[in-house]
Design a binder for this molecule. Sequence first.
Ligand code: BDP
Length: 717
Amino acid sequence: MKKILFSLLFVLISSYAVCQNPYDLWLQYDKIEDKTLLDSYKKQVSNVYLNLNSPTGDIIKEEIEKSFKGLLNIEPKFDTKTPNLIISTLDKLDPSLKKKLSKTSNINDEGYVIQHISEKGESKLILSAKTEKGLLYGVFNFIKQIQLHKDLSKLAIVDSPKIQKRVLNHWDNLDRSVERGYAGFSIWDWYLLPELIKQEYIDYARANASIGINGTVLTNVNSNALVLSPRYIQKLKALANVFRPYGIQVYLTARFSAPIETGDLETADPLNAEVKQWWKDKAQEIYAEIPDFGGFLVKANSEGQPGPNNYGRSHVDGANMLAEAVAPYDGIIMWRAFVYSEEKPEDRAKQAYSEFKPFDGKFKDNVLVQVKNGAIDFQPREPFHPLFGAMPDTPLMMEFQITQEYLGGMSHLVFLPKLFEEVLEEDTYTQGEGSTVGKIIDGQLSNKKLTGMAGVANIGTAKNWTGHQFGQANWYGFGRLAWNPETSAESIVKDWLKMTFSNKTDFVDPMSKLLLDSREAVVNYMTPLGLHHIMAAGHHQGPGPWVKDMPRPDWTSVYYHKADENGIGFDRTSSGSNALEQYAPEIQKKYSDPATTPDKYLLWFHHLPWNYKMKSGKTLWYEIAAHYQKGVEQVEDMQKTWQKMQQYVDPQVFKETNMLLDIQLKEAKQWRNACLLYFQQFSKMDLPDLIPEITKDLDYYKSLETPYAPGIRPSWN
Ligand code: BDP
């Protein structure tokens, strides 16, 4: 009895002590409980040398004060003659200290060094960088070391970002709706800008700087030319002023027809002299207000957006025309390769490659071609986009989607860095073995040195920014991978969990497993074995393998799964669309035979009979069913793990996550049941015993409707 009471008391006390504020994201600065550790930290960092007289310097000082107050309960002294923490740019660092720093020459303008040294028997921590921006990144990493309870006397970190343009893409509209957004409205309150500067803008910049994100595209790729008008440029300027000291540049999406819509030209033909001049003038107008404006992101001739093709011109003509306009100011153009046309009979998976590959080497130096990670569209799993490695003379920018358009939107816990890592590690073989996608986009295997990674943001007005608490991990993880694409998902998950919730092993270990497994779970219960794009139409939430008769065939599910009496899957080998020919011979060889194709891509590349014998010895039908069932069980396991975590997390977060996991389980079962019943019409085979009895029929699942599911484009509702 006594024992029970004690453990009850323990749970009460410890849950009382836990009060993370979800708004603070991974920058939780709660006091370190371990007294020995706390005392040692206090001794090591109490006296700070910081001599920066600038807005970025002020931010650094504030962050040091805030974190030390929270984590260590001290107010650091900044006016001491005997500092033990020295924060200085390299040019102002005492030469004797500078000499003791290792490998400083290796860092780039955004990099930094954090090193513990001994000088005259005294222990000192030096944090240095070439620029103030580098220092800011270093400071955030230093604070992180304390959050992670690291031994400061062993610190010797030399780090620089491997990618130059680390950019969030907001699909935010000027009316504050967010295309594919599941976290409330857009945080940009355009109406009240430029006068009202919301605290969220500052906190947004701080959060991004803490993970090294250095750019933000504020507007939707399906763009509105109004944002280029003088009134909006003033609003943009106000945001740029907030973001600048955090090292963040603002970018806009450029609607290709803007010279007609907001100018008074009759054409937007990129080769027309007046059009060229219009964009040059527009660039000048923007740069006069925002000298560090980043440039434009453009979706052209895709899904109804205007573009150079409307005038018989190419993507190169369009991109280079804009590139010329921003070049005098060091601006860049991010030109999207997400193009496909319903008029072309070619497999949608092939179209971007067919269109863009011939343009290799033809874009101006300040153009990045932005390529989605896969050739269809941000699916739970896709093979890497064949353009990676195929355009060595063009800088290719990775586009990931952080918002979960096809991965359960607002309610599913899915740790996306696992997906991002998988793509970045894929071997393209385009320059021999080891030519990974990561090495292509970080410039190691590209002849061009401009590099970038974009993430479609999952941020909105939700009090915790991302709606689902665990969506924060995806924002965080994107930043870490954009900084260094070779970072492992495992290290990201551990850091995020510790910084956000707790350092306790009993929390971190099981929760790491939960998060790392969560991506495979969603693949299993939505689109196992290479299936893809079988979601409900329009909003993409929930199963819709029966979707057909849409305005265009490549928006339907039947186009992608091709289930019939003979089998299931999209034949992309030489007997089918031959999308496989767009990959290196090594991949072609391996994937042209179902026996050597990895199971995870099987139905992406092959149409196979229902009784096809899988590597496991079971039939394809059995394996499809088993994967759906596995996905459901994985969500059940997630729930079991989460149940044990109550003492480590904020009570509200605990409760809400519980409810969200209930929704996730309900929807995972829906996916399993709906897909199996639908495919069974063709397989005509019994469901294996491992599938629990399905009490509803297919019509029931087909009849489920979700009016006003969030995130859809209003015109598509
Ligand atoms: C698709 C989305 C659509 C986007 C489009 C894009 O369904 O809302 O506009 O991608 O990336 O995934 O342009």
